[in-house]
Design a protein around this ligand. Structure first.
Ligand code: ATP
Length: 239
C-alpha cells in the first residue's frame, strides 16, 4: 500500500526525520502516536505529497487519497452540501448520484437539516464532521486523518469511528490516523506506530488482533504502556 524508506526531512536546521522507514503491505488501520512536535503530521504530509523530503524513497499505491486536516478547511462560500460534493466532480458521477451520495452522508454525519448551512453558521464539531464527510464521500482507498475528532463529543466520536470502520471494510481503505487519544488508538487500530525522539524514530510498532482490542485487560495494559512512553518522552524533553 505504501513504503517510506530512509526518508530524511528537514525544516531548515531542524531534522525531523532521518533514515525513517514506515511500510504498510496490506489494508490496515494505522495510528501514529507520539508526543507533540515529534513529526506525525510531517509523515502524513509526506504520504500526501505535500512535504517533499530531502532524501529517501516514497511509494504509495492508491487510486483515491483523502486527507482530513486538524482544522476543517471548508470552503466558506459553499454550503454544507456543496462542500460535501467538492471531491465528487472528478469521479464521473451524474448530478443525481452526487445528490444521492450527499443525502446518504448527512444523517450519518448527524447533519440532517443542515445541508443548506454555510460553514460560518456551524459549530467547530459540525465543521469537522463536514470535513470527515467530504473525505468519506470520495470513497478513498488511502485515508489520512490528522486528529480528526478534536471538538467532537464522545457520542459523535463513537459514531465517526463506526463510520470509519464501515468505510474501511466496505472500500478496502487503508487509514493512517494521528491522534493523542490513547483509548481511541487502542480500540480501533490494527497497528499502533509509536514515534519518539529527534530525529524521530519508531520506538514501537504494535500490531493488534480484533479479539485483543475487545479484551479489557489488553486495553488496560497497552494504555498504561503508551502513557508511560509519553511521560518518559516528556521527562526526557525536560532533561
Ligand atoms: N513548515 C514547517 N516549517 C518549520 N518547521 C516545521 C514545519 N512544519 C513542522 N515543523 C516542525 O517540525 C516538527 C514536527 O512537526 P509535526 O507537525 O510533524 O509534529 P506532530 O507530531 O504532528 O505534532 P502535533 O502532535 O503537535 O500536531 C515540529 O518541531 C514543528 O515545529
Amino acid at each position: 500500500m505504501f513504503h517510506m524508506e530512509n526518508v530524511v526531512l528537514r525544516y531548515g536546521d531542524l531534522t525531523v526525520l532521518d533514515q525513517f522507514n514506515l511500510c504498510c503491505e496490506e489494508r490496515q488501520f494505522i495510528c501514529l502516536f507520539g508526543p507533540s512536535g515529534v513529526g506525525k503530521t510531517s509523515v502524513l504530509n509526506i504520504l500526501a505529497g505535500i512535504n517533499k523530503p530531502q532524501a529517501g524513497s516514497i511509494k504509495a499505491d492508491y487510486k483515491r487519497l483523502a486527507y482530513v486536516f486538524q482544522e476543517p478547511r471548508l470552503l466558506p462560500w459553499l454550503t454544507v452540501e456543496q462542500n460535501l460534493k467538492v471531491g465528487l466532480f472528478n469521479l464521473g458521477l451524474n448530478s443525481r448520484q452526487r445528490n444521492q451520495c450527499v443525502s446518504n452522508l448527512l444523517p450519518l454525519l448527524g447533519l440532517s437539516g443542515f445541508g443548506g448551512y454555510y460553514p460560518g453558521q456551524l459549530s467547530g464539531g459540525m465543521k469537522q464532521r463536514v470535513s470527515l464527510g467530504r473525505a468519506f464521500a470520495i470513497q478513498p482507498d488511502l485515508l489520512l486523518l490528522d486528529e480528526p475528532f478534536t471538538g467532537l463529543d464522545e457520542n459523535l466520536k463513537t459514531d465517526m469511528l463506526d463510520l470509519l470502520f464501515s468505510l474501511g471494510q466496505w472500500h478496502a481503505c487503508t487509514t493512517v490516523m494521528v491522534t493523542h487519544d490513547i483509548k481511541e488508538v487502542i480500540k480501533i487500530s490494527d497497528r499502533i506506530v509509536v514515534m519518539a525522539g529527534r530525529p524521530c524514530r519508531i520506538v514501537q510498532d504494535i500490531v493488534t488482533a480484533p479479539e485483543q482490542r475487545r479484551d479489557p485487560a489488553f486495553i488496560r495494559k497497552t494504555e498504561a504502556g503508551l502513557v508511560d512512553m509519553l511521560n518518559l518522552n516528556k521527562a526526557c524533553a525536560v532533561l
